[in-house]
Each structure stands twice: as structure tokens, then as C-alpha cells.
Write a protein that binds this ligand. Structure first.
Ligand code: PRT
Ligand code: ZN
Length: 225
């Protein structure tokens, strides 16, 4: 059983959000002693520890109570929130701060040589994605029926491999789409890194620790803005 007089924050172990998340926490005055396996970092300056995990695991860890706060992209958070809704599981986590890094968008892209006449152009076609929930929600809103093709990586090569006609994937600079002769035709979601908390408030010392952390983060981010 965990003691609840320390706060545990989950961040991405290695990837696009790791360094900016660690940098932000350091600027807020947090320092850590790394453990040998590098999954857990003990907070030295404050009773706030880090758990280093895959970004996709962060919302679930918060939902289970295995960690108290997390830093994760809005794309991952929204996809998992929609999945919980679709499964009839309750709301378990919520974003409490936009952190201003990791900006990207979830977009639909089609081959360069297509004439884009609007979302109806996708009717009856296969669309490759790693975000089936967000894509299905957007297609429903557009009144378009299409077939999702779930891929966990390398989505942008699906049209060339004949696995799908279009894709729905994360775009940042647009360089990857261009390299694969694809063009962005619709933005489904604008995303950035978010600080995430459980839907239910902490009923113990963690509430004070989280409030202090937020005050510090707000101060750091207002200087940066
Ligand atoms: O191992 P783990 O599961 O933790 O990492 P991961 O590989 O799932 O995640 P990672 O590190 O690639 O991304 C973490 C988060 O960064 C994402 O969930 C987004 O919130 C955010 N982010 C910001 C991005 C990008 N920019 C981005 N450009 N995530 C992915 N990309 C990829 C995209 O999938 C595509 O393949 O980069 C390519 C497109 O980039 P451009 O610049 O060519 O358009
Ligand atoms: Zn991931």
C-alpha cells in the first residue's frame, strides 16, 4: 500500500515529451535522485516522485491510482477518454493545465494527387490511424462512413502499401506527410502536452502538494509566456 504523503507524477520515459517535462519540473524547483532501473525517481527537494513510463500508459495509471498526476499529449488523453466513454467506464482523469510544449495536430491526409472536395470524399474508403476513437468521432460528426484500419506505427506509409486510401495521424511540421506524397486536408484535434489529474480530488496530503506544484508551475509558465 502506498503512503499518500508523497505525490507521484508520471512522465514519458523517453520520447518527445520527456525532456520538456523534466525541464519544466526542474524550473519549478523539483530535483530527483534517479533509481538504478530508471523507472522511478525519488524527489529530493520535495516529497514529489517521478514515474517514467510510456506515454500511452499515463492516463490508465492515473485512473488506477498508481500515480497522482501525469504529463501526456492531448491526443493520447482524448483518445483514451473517448475509449472509456465508449466502453461505459466512467470519467477517471481530466486535464488541469496546458503546458505549452509538444504541440501537434491530429489530421486527415490524402494522396497529393487527389482532388479534395470535402469529408464526403472519404466515404466507403479505408483510413489508417492509431487514433480510432478520435477518427470515428470526427467521421460521425461529418456524417461519413469509412473503414478504420488500425496501425500502431508507420501510418503514413499505409497508402503506398495498399493498406488504406487515406490516413489520420499526428502532424507537426508536415515534413513526414510531404515525404510520403500526402497532403493534410482536415485537422481533427489540436494538441499539446497537458498536466493530468484524477477526476476525484485527493482527500489527503497530496491535495496540498498538488496545489503547491500548480502554483510553482503557473509561476514558471507565466515567466516563459
Ligand atoms: O514510447 P512512447 O509510447 O512513450 O512514445 P511514442 O513513440 O508514442 O511518442 P512520441 O515520443 O513520438 O510522442 C509523444 C507525444 O508527442 C505525442 O503523443 C504527441 O502528443 C506529441 N508530438 C508532438 C508528436 C509529434 N509532435 C510528432 N511529430 N508525436 C508524434 N509525432 C510524429 C507523428 O506521429 C509523425 O510520424 O512525427 C511525425 C510527423 O512529424 P512532422 O514534423 O514530420 O509533421
Ligand atoms: Zn506512445
Amino acid at each position: 500500500m502506498r503512503t499518500h504523503d508523497r505525490l507521484r507524477i508520471a512522465i514519458q520515459k523517453s520520447g518527445r515529451l520527456s525532456d520538456p517535462a523534466r525541464d519544466l519540473l526542474a524550473r519549478a524547483g523539483l530535483s530527483f535522485r534517479e533509481s538504478r532501473d530508471r523507472l522511478f525517481c525519488y524527489g529530493e527537494s520535495l516529497p514529489i516522485d517521478l514515474l517514467l513510463v510510456r506515454d500511452d500508459d499515463i492516463p490508465g495509471l492515473i485512473a488506477e491510482g498508481a500515480c497522482d498526476l501525469g504529463v501526456v499529449g492531448g491526443n493520447v488523453l482524448e483518445e483514451q477518454a473517448c475509449e472509456r466513454l465508449a466502453d461505459g467506464r466512467g470519467e477517471a482523469f481530466r486535464p488541469i493545465r496546458e503546458l505549452g510544449f509538444g504541440r501537434c495536430r491530429l489530421s486527415v491526409a490524402v494522396p497529393n494527387d487527389w482532388e479534395w472536395t470535402g469529408p464526403q470524399r472519404l466515404a466507403g474508403l479505408r483510413i489508417a490511424t492509431s487514433y480510432p476513437q478520435l477518427m470515428a468521432r470526427w467521421l460521425r460528426e461529418q456524417g461519413v462512413e469509412a473503414t478504420p484500419v488500425m496501425l500502431s506505427g508507420s501510418v503514413e506509409i499505409a497508402p503506398r502499401l495498399g493498406k488504406a486510401e487515406a490516413i489520420c495521424d499526428i502532424v507537426s511540421t508536415g515534413g513526414t506527410l510531404m515525404a510520403n506524397q500526402l497532403k493534410e486536408v482536415a485537422v481533427i484535434l489540436e494538441s499539446q502536452a497537458l498536466l493530468v489529474a484524477p477526476s476525484q480530488p485527493f482527500g489527503d496530503e497530496r491535495a496540498e502538494l498538488a496545489a503547491m506544484l500548480l502554483r510553482r508551475l503557473d509561476a514558471v509558465m507565466s515567466v516563459r509566456a
